[in-house]
Ligand binder design. Structure first.
Ligand code: NDP
Ligand code: DXP
Ligand code: MN
Length: 361
């Protein structure tokens, strides 16, 4: 397989699962964590590696090392593996997703930003979702009419905070996720609830298309992250996908569709005792205000994604407070209303929205 983002949270879990199933690793791609990359090279013996910066090439213990985003695309084209696991973070993951699809490779997709920004131009048949909620929906889906798909949110780091204190929350505060251990950006997205908004879009692109496409999607908070997805069927039944909070189960299915062995221990409901559900409210999660409008026009995800990435950059640089991330997103959403008509337009909108949020236009 080709693994993009090998040193991240999903990347590391992917290598654990690949080892368990004896899946060979042809290409490793990462950013700046050369120390971990060197350990991965020793253990998985890839044929080629790609890193972010040219200056770091000499630090990598491998004879075939390339750098930069163009090199990622070239390697996807040249490599013989038919499976690309995309665990890059952010909009930079989109071009590799598109390249893998163009090369007719199967994409095991963790990089949700690909679908959020460009779902209108991606054929869901070429995607196997790694995101836990979409894996849950895929797992639950049967040949029966569905009335609604529901995904769950943990509520993020600030679900129990006094709302008045949220504006002054720090980057370190955002990283205290109650249930999952994940990369920095998605953990911020979880705290703003942008992650769940993105996941509604992801669900819409994956399951909302075609003649039997589902027309209603929503999210609720389940504080223990044991239920990941629910499906309301037209007949009045609701089914739920329960599993412990580990990405190894979705990854295992993405790498190996036939699963006849145990990956996780079962959830013991007697030990769990009780579950708590909460509504996602706009006072704590202001970005939820645009949910309805966004789901009506999911191609506007390109705007929301770009605004979110630019606002997060400002938050990390301490130029804005935590609640301003959502304000910036809403401001951009109100200003940019055009729908991209092509992939090229997605990239143009992305550039323009970033410039707007950063105050350059
Ligand atoms: N973590 C999770 O449980 C889940 C994550 N996702 C999604 O999966 C994706 C990855 O998330 P996660 O693993 O948490 O993120 P991380 O931040 O942990 O990992 C990101 C990976 O991308 C690499 N990377 C960053 N910039 C570059 C670059 N310029 N060139 C090459 N590689 C680069 C990083 O390399 P390095 O560290 O070496 O700089 C790292 O390997 C995100 O889209 C996220 O939303 C979805 C569901 C669950
Ligand atoms: C593991 C996974 O799929 C994440 O997307 C997770 O759902 C994030 O947690 P939140 O529910 O807090 O957004
Ligand atoms: Mn998720």
């Amino acid at each position: 397989m080709i693994l993009l983002g090998s040193t991240g949270s999903i990347g590391v879990n992917t290598l654990i699962v690949a080892k368990k199933f004896g899946i060979s690793v042809e290409v490793l791609v990462c950013g700046k964590n050369i120390k971990l990359l060197n350990e991965q090279i020793k253990e998985h013996n890839p044929k080629v590696v790609v890193i972010a910066d040219k200056e770091d090439i000499s630090l990598v213990n491998h004879s075939r090392v390339y750098s930069g985003s163009e090199a990622i695309l070239e390697i996807i084209e040249d490599a013989s593996s038919s499976l690309v696991v995309n665990a890059l973070v952010g909009f930079l993951g989109l071009a590799p997703t598109l390249k893998a699809i163009e090369c007719n490779k199967k994409v095991a997709l963790a990089n949700k930003e690909s679908l959020v920004a460009c779902g209108a131009f991606i054929d869901p048949k070429q995607i196997q979702p790694i995101d836990s909620e979409h894996f849950g929906l895929w797992y639950l889906l049967q040949d029966r009419p569905v009335s609604k798909m529901i995904i769950t949110a943990s509520g993020g780091a600030f679900r129990d905070w006094d709302i008045k204190k949220l504006q002054n929350a720090t980057l370190a505060d955002t990283q205290n996720h109650p249930n999952w251990s994940m990369g920095q950006k998605i953990t911020i997205d979880s705290a703003t609830m942008v992650n769940k908004m993105f996941e509604l879009l992801e669900a819409r692109w994956l399951f909302g298309e075609g003649t039997n496409g589902v027309s209603e999607f929503d999210a609720i908070i389940e504080t223990k992250s044991l239920i990941h997805a629910l499906i309301d069927f037209k007949d009045g039944s609701t089914t739920a996908h329960l599993a412990h909070a580990s990405m190894q189960l979705p990854i295992a299915y993405a790498l190996n569709q036939k699963m006849d062995e145990n990956i996780l221990s079962h959830v013991d409901l007697l030990k769990v005792g009780s579950l708590e559900f909460r509504e996602i409210t706009t006072d704590r999660y202001p970005v939820w205000e645009i949910k309805k409008e966004l789901l009506k026009n999911p191609a506007r995800g390109a705007v929301v994604n770009a605004a979110n990435e630019a606002a997060i950059e400002k938050f990390i640089n301490k130029e804005i407070g935590f609640m301003d991330i959502s304000k910036d997103i809403i401001r951009a959403f109100e200003k940019f209303t055009q729908l991209p008509k092509s992939i090229e337009e997605v990239f143009l909108i992305d550039e323009e929205v970033r410039a707007f949020v950063k105050g350059k236009i």
